[in-house]
Design a protein around this ligand. Sequence first.
Ligand SMILES: Nc1ncnc2c1ncn2[C@@H]1O[C@H](COP(=O)(O)OP(=O)(O)OP(=O)(O)O)[C@@H](O)[C@H]1O
Ligand SMILES: [Mg+2]
Length: 218
Amino acid sequence: MNAITVDGLTRTYQGGYQALKGVTFSVSRGEFTAIMGPSGCGKSTLLNILGLLDRPTAGKYLLEGAETARLDDAEITGLRRARIGFVFQAFNLLPRLSALENVALPMAYAGTGVDERRARARELLTRVGLGRKAENTPLQLSGGERQRVGIARALANRPALLLADEPTGNLDSKSSVEILALFKELNAEGMTVLLVTHDPAIGAAAGRVIRVKDGALA
Ligand SMILES: Nc1ncnc2c1ncn2[C@@H]1O[C@H](COP(=O)(O)OP(=O)(O)OP(=O)(O)O)[C@@H](O)[C@H]1O
Ligand SMILES: [Mg+2]
């Protein structure tokens, strides 16, 4: 079964602008795929749909074989929480919470008990090399460290799919190399990874590059 199947995926924004014009592809489980293309071509629009943050206006999106159009909003929220980890360019951490609390938050929404979520959050922070900074707030972390927290948080509910929209877009080159290494490790452990990037080094490291231009596959 594919991790992702999209068929004729279209997204028309209010006002009639067509950001995606019928995109068709599939991603197998365990693949490491980069989505690349010029600014404004529709990469984030596509990733937001794949991450169940937005819905297509036409076309199909099957996540692990399940047709997402059939699902109501509550089901979509549940599916997103359980199956998708999303990493943002600007990290999107809550500034008043510690790294540990940020990572534990998606587990709280998923109903995991407090002891288990703290233990798992600590384990995940250790996994991304931040075991000793679990109590730091985002302001007490570097950009690269913040993104490690973002990745640990994305892994909290053991997703099937790890999505990232320009995860190194706000980072210096050394931090970018470290974050790329982390994605590669996670993929080597079996995680399906799909990320949007402008970074040729990430494109070269990915098993496959999907090129987008003007809302269509190039
Ligand atoms: N909510 C919206 N309403 C109307 N138009 C939008 C909306 N969001 C995005 N667009 C338009 O859709 C097009 C694609 O935007 P998108 O954010 O997907 O591009 P992108 O490929 O991610 O670009 P970048 O590399 O700069 O992040 C752009 O022309 C943008 O202006
Ligand atoms: Mg974008």
